[in-house]
Ligand binder design. Structure first.
Ligand code: NAD
Length: 489
């Protein structure tokens, strides 16, 4: 019985109108670290989305008329409940996604908790605008109201983290939501649904419909009663969503991919820069939209940097994600692993040098993980700027290192990709740091650090990395409709 129990599939159900409801068909979900199917995810379509949108519409009048303080208290309660089960959530995220247990424990789940607490607080502190026109005898002011049913679509790399980054502001502002997590990582969203009632979230305020992008995602995007879509995922999917939502003139927030440069000047503090740049390249298996994948190093320190960077990258241990000493877990899927490996093969064929990792070093995996989707942190040098490895988002543990000579040159090269999400600049010259930061086409620029975030401030990308920004004020503006009212006395 214990064997049968351990092999029993975890079966998820949609969460609609405060109830778990089974679906007529299911999709297999894999444990990336073993390659086994371990979970069945509802394969929802139009019918399920229709039911969820109806539940969300029905819940809207009551939820939207609650005071911000009432909603804030509920969000705080939900944060407490997730935090109480933090270890269980972390284990589930690691198993479902392939990420290390350490990353899930220290980044994913704490941030999901923080997302609810942050918006529970920030919703209490907005003020609207007011202007006076004494000559006309008029005063103008703005008022903000929730929009309605928000459609939220999230990716597989930071499952609960990114989904709650949307749910929290949406419901804090008084909207009701229909969320569709990635079909590859649905478990923690389903676990969160189990806590909603206890937190005091009324039925229908948060509905979760599981399934693929093509079926469930598109049904949500095309639904006439969903006036806004907040999407995080790839640029290609965003193009499709834009097309499909255009007939309805929907409000869109699009957080997309990146091809993020790190620019390292010869006056950088390498003792800080090297470990941080290894982390920015390989954290979460390189599966973070903000990960560095093009490293420009000033020629004078290029060879020293490469030597030290490769030595540091080799220290990262790849293996069973549930082992707390492991730094690199499994990639999300067999197909994705193949795609990432192909980039390394292409670079090799073009004459680039693979300094460590894929194809160069042996991978030692525990017996239970032989069929998992693992890949070592891989460093590529001498790759041309035009190469697909320097132009396209790889989204795996692969980073390219190239040399540059001047500030002017490196800004031009860093900007010469279609993306513009995040950049890092390393230098001890404060003037240079400001100059370069201003000229980079990038929604975020970190200097002498990486991934230090203040959720108050705008987050989002330029160019093919997205449309719109998220953050305390930005999310509030996105999830509310503003009205200007003029009073003549
Ligand atoms: P994806 O675009 O394939 O999928 C994202 C979500 O969209 C999933 O839930 C998917 O089911 C859904 N989807 C797919 N096709 C759809 C359609 N036609 N209509 C509606 N929904 C659809 O992306 P992914 O592979 O899950 O995630 C990786 C990508 O996400 C990378 O490009 C990464 O850079 C990006 N990302 C961006 C950010 C950011 O904040 N800018 C954060 C994390 C990830």
């Amino acid at each position: 019985p214990t064997m049968a129990h351990s092999q029993a599939l975890l079966v998820l159900e949609n969460f609609i109108g405060g109830k778990f409801v089974p679906c007529s068909s299911y999709i297999d979900s894999y444990n990336p670290s073993t390659g086994d199917v371990y979970c069945s995810v509802p394969d929802s379509g139009k019918e399920e989305v229709e039911a969820a949108v109806k539940a969300a519409k029905d819940a809207f009048p009551v939820w939207s008329s609650k005071s911000p303080l009432e909603r804030s208290q509920i969000l705080n309660k939900l944060a407490d409940l997730i935090e109480h089960d933090l270890e269980e959530f972390a284990q589930a995220e690691s198993k479902d996604q392939g990420k290390t247990i350490t990353f899930a424990r220290t980044v994913d789940i704490p941030r999901a908790v923080h997302n609810f607490r942050f918006f529970a607080s920030s919703i209490l502190h907005h003020v609207t605008e007011c202007t006076e026109m004494p000559a006309m005898g008029c005063v103008h002011y703005t008022s903000r109201a929730p929009v309605g049913v928000a459609g939220l679509i999230s990716p597989w790399n930071l499952p609960l983290y990114l989904l709650t980054w949307k749910i929290a502001p949406a419901i804090a502002c008084g909207n009701t939501v229909v969320a569709k997590p990635s079909e590859m990582t649905s478990v923690t969203a389903w676990m969160m649904c189990k806590l909603l009632e206890k937190a005091g979230v009324p039925p229908g305020v948060v509905n979760v419909v599981f399934g693929t992008g093509a079926k469930a995602g598109e049904a949500l995007v095309c639904h006439p009663d969903v006036p806004l879509i907040s999407f995080t995922g790839s640029t290609l999917t965003a193009q499709r969503i834009t097309e499909r939502s255009a007939p309805h003139c929907k409000r869109l927030s699009l957080e997309l991919g990146g091809k993020n440069p790190a620019i390292i000047f010869d006056d950088a503090d390498l003792s800080q820069c090297i470990p941080t740049t290894v982390r920015s390249s390989f954290a979460n298996q390189g599966e973070i939209c903000l990960c560095t994948s093009r490293i420009f190093v000033q020629r004078g320190i290029y060879s020293e940097f490469l030597k030290r960077f490769v030595a540091e990258a080799k220290k990262w241990k790849t293996g069973n994600p549930s082992d707390p000493t492991v730094d690199v877990g499994a990639l999300i899927s067999k197909e994705h692993l193949e795609k990432v490996r192909n980039y390394v093969k292409k670079a090799q064929a073009e004459g680039a040098r693979i300094l460590c990792g894929e194809g160069v070093d042996p991978v030692a995996l525990p017996p239970g993980n032989q069929k998992g989707y693992f890949m070592l942190p891989t460093v590529i040098a001498e790759v041309k700027d035009e190469s697909c490895c320097m132009q396209e988002e790889i989204f795996g543990p692969v980073t390219c290192v190239v040399a540059f000579d001047t500030e002017e040159e490196v800004i031009k090269r860093a900007n010469s990709v279609k993306y513009g999400l995040a950049a890092t600049v390393w230098s001890s010259n404060v003037g240079r740091v400001h100059r370069v930061a201003h000229r980079l086409q990038s929604g975020l620029v970190w200097t002498n650090c990486w991934l230090v975030r203040d959720l108050n401030l705008p987050f989002g990308g330029m160019k093919a990395s997205g449309i719109g920004r998220e953050g305390a004020k930005d999310s509030y503006e996105f999830f509310t409709e503003v009205k200007t009212i003029t009073i003549k006395h």
